[in-house]
Design a protein around this ligand. Structure first.
Ligand code: PAF
Length: 308
């Protein structure tokens, strides 16, 4: 695996692969990450390999998607360990750009002014606005997060020019917004969803789990258990959405260390909350703060038509 830092080197490395004999129609699959890799990320790399001959991974901790007071500065940066993991998972190219490569404004104006300029620039493109969906759930807790996320993902798509891009299902709202943005700006790109990878406790894998000590990890394990209680209520006794939410919420009542932000059921096709008349596949979302770490998770739930 080669690690590339500049856009020109990345392009040259991809072109080099394309120019190999018999590789004219080479397909590229892309896995964007912020590093601090874990088994969940490696499953995305393996998924990418199912679709393409060349698997490109990026590691870039994107300042635009962090708000004031969030963990941008302390976000784990573990490039050497990440490189070793990516090698073992079979990635071909790692793109690990500097902030100036992604946001040239930073090279011209310095970090603070350059990031502000990049943010302002991305706001001019309507396809990079996360809109009303981007202001709910994670977007309500983290204003500006999704606009910053869309800005970097679009920039990375422009640089890598992939045929496929793979994202984890854990960040369901992110994935919804990326699909919508890609349909507008990159209509030939296929967005692939990869299933959530979980610890034995059921906890969804996340780079932020590194912030949790043993006691906090145990608390965090209750989030997925609450989702499972909701799923069981719907799928075994036919509970309606409002009862499903109550059942899941009740599961967390004995766990005050998990500070629940939201527990909600949405229609995955619109990311709008559903009501009790909903039938079909819904997505149950949860977000909670454990210690000072914000955790999210989700699970699909099938609501059947009531039997006559
Ligand atoms: O999910 C993430 O790790 C990030 O939001 C992403 C998609 C790499 C954009 O910075």
């Amino acid at each position: 695996m080669k690690t590339l830092v500049t856009a020109a080197d990345l392009q040259a490395a991809i072109d080099e692969e394309r120019d190999l004999p018999g590789c004219a129609g080479l397909k590229v699959a892309f896995v964007p990450t912020m590093g601090a890799l874990h088994e969940g990320h490696l499953s995305l790399v393996r998924k990418a390999r199912e679709y393409a001959d060349l698997v490109v991974v990026s590691i870039f901790v994107n300042p635009l998607q962090f708000g004031a007071g969030e963990d941008f500065d302390k976000y784990p940066r573990t490039l050497e360990a990440d490189e070793a993991l990516l090698e073992s998972a079979g990635a071909d190219l790692l793109f690990a750009p500097t902030v100036e490569v992604i946001y040239p404004e930073v090279g011209e104006l310095g970090v603070a002014a350059g990031i502000a300029a990049a943010r302002a620039q991305s706001k001019l493109n309507p396809a990079l606005k996360s809109g009303p969906v981007g202001a709910t759930f994670e977007g309500a807790a983290r204003p500006g997060h999704f606009d910053g996320m869309l800005a970097v993902v679009a920039r990375l798509f422009e640089l890598v020019k992939p045929d496929f891009a793979v994202f984890g299902a854990k960040d369901a709202q992110q994935l919804f917004l990326i699909r919508r943005m890609a349909a507008d700006l990159f209509p030939d790109l296929h967005i692939i969803e990869a299933p959530i990878v979980r610890e034995a406790s059921g906890l969804a894998m996340s780079s932020r789990n590194r912030y949790l000590d043993q006691a906090a990890l145990e608390v965090a394990g209750h989030l997925s258990k609450a989702l499972k209680v909701g799923k069981a209520a719907a799928e075994t006794i036919g509970a309606k959405p409002s009862l499903v939410i109550n059942a899941a919420r009740a599961r967390l009542e004995g766990v005050p260390e998990a500070k629940l932000d939201y527990l909600a059921l949405v229609d995955p096709s619109s990311f709008e909350p559903i009501d009790d008349s909903f039938t079909g596949r819904a997505l149950m979302l949860i977000a909670a703060v454990v210690g000072s770490t914000r955790l999210i998770d989700n699970l699909t739930i099938d609501f059947q038509e009531p039997s006559a």
